[in-house]
Design a protein around this ligand. Structure first.
Ligand SMILES: NC(=O)c1ccc[n+]([C@@H]2O[C@H](COP(=O)([O-])OP(=O)(O)OC[C@H]3O[C@@H](n4cnc5c(N)ncnc54)[C@H](OP(=O)(O)O)[C@@H]3O)[C@@H](O)[C@H]2O)c1
Length: 317
């Protein structure tokens, strides 16, 4: 019978959870069993994880009993919500409740909750510097995660609260890469002024989470933040220019222009960047790079990430 502690991972076929499962499985010491939770055990991604040695189990956040089963017998659980699948902070709160209750009922000994700041602590709803969205949020996909911290605390779950950072992979998957102008020049657009944006290779989040599980109880009850680098838009554009072999200019737009770009979630992201810009010192300070590297020695810089991924960045107009 399997004696090693099991870490059950939500979102295992996605960015954060996938990085964690692969990190667990690639450790030559095989300290933990990686249990990959997915809604579809027959997908190519799920099969690939099984091929690497993961226990692949089915569960759906919309079916709490299935999650409780998936957490049964696990020592650790990685909990993450999927805002961009539904754009609903209320659903994130409901999903966080489902995860926390399932972890409690299964007696999980160490939960990592992938969270972000409730920005309303810094920018109350009556603060007019950015618009209130959906009636009661400033940055909906941040605020609900921060609000959900309380769910884990109230259940007295042994939780590490993990503050993540902007994925550089958004340049590939979220349409945030450089764009060509009509005159043939290239722009990289961010509403960050001259402030630094903490960023990370999405895969490295799992590596940091693994480092937290490896430390045992050290970070239970604590909030820890991670990033690969803190870079200004200008620095990112310079590194993009070098990697892509073409001049990419930093196009600094005001947050109100970004909010009005019209794609789904543009207002949420405009407010998010404004929060990061206006509270740069706090936001970068909460995501220490040296600390992140101590959890995950393979942590990439933006330049290293670009070297590996530059050909995957879609270059469009
Ligand atoms: N993009 C960024 O820069 C960034 C930065 C920090 C934090 N975040 C946060 O990261 C979160 C998303 O994490 P991610 O990027 O790792 O996700 P992702 O790559 O989009 O992966 C989502 C995975 O979640 C699973 N899933 C979706 N709905 C589910 C459900 N109802 N029950 C069980 N599993 C479900 C899916 O797996 P199956 O299809 O296999 O079931 C899917 O593979 C978001 O809340 C976002 O706000 C994003």
């Amino acid at each position: 019978m399997e004696q090693r502690p099991i870490i059950a991972v939500l979102g295992a076929t996605g960015s954060q959870g996938g990085g964690l499962v692969r990190r667990i499985l690639s450790d030559p010491n095989k300290n933990f069993v990686g249990r990959a939770i997915t809604r579809n055990v027959n997908s190519d991604k799920a099969k690939a994880l099984a091929g690497l040695g993961a226990q692949v189990v089915a569960a759906d956040l919309d079916d709490p009993a299935s999650l409780e089963k998936a957490f049964a017998g696990a020592y650790g659980a990685y909990c993450v919500t999927f805002f961009w699948e539904h754009f609903s902070p209320e659903k994130e709160l409901a999903n966080a409740t489902t995860m926390a209750r399932a972890a409690k009922n299964a007696g999980v000994q160490h939960v990592i909750w992938s969270t972000l700041e409730d920005t309303r602590r810094w920018v109350p709803l009556n603060d007019s510097r950015m618009p209130t969205l959906m009636g009661k949020y400033k940055v909906p996909h941040f605020d609900a995660k921060g609000e959900a911290n309380q769910i884990f605390t109230n259940l007295r779950l042994p939780t590490t609260f993990l503050l993540t950072s902007f994925y550089w992979d958004n340049l590939i998957n979220f349409g945030m890469g450089p764009r060509e102008n009509a005159d043939g020049t290239w722009d990289f657009t961010l509403p960050m002024g001259d402030k630094r944006l903490p960023g990370i290779a999405a895969e490295d989040i799992g590596g940091c989470a693994y480092g937290i599980f490896r430390k045992g109880p050290e970070f239970i009850g604590k909030t820890v933040g991670i990033a690969g680098e803190h870079l200004t838009g200008r620095q990112m554009a310079a590194l993009l220019s070098k990697a892509l072999g073409r001049e990419v200019r930093y196009n600094d737009v005001p947050p109100e222009v970004y909010r009005a770009l019209g794609f789904p979630g543009a207002e949420d992201l405009g407010n998010m960047f404004q929060f990061k810009r206006d509270f740069e010192e706090y936001f970068c300070g909460a995501r220490d790079i040296k600390f992140s590297r101590s959890l995950n020695p393979a942590l990439q810089t933006f330049e290293e990430w670009l070297k590996r991924n530059k050909d995957r960045i879609p270059l469009g107009s």
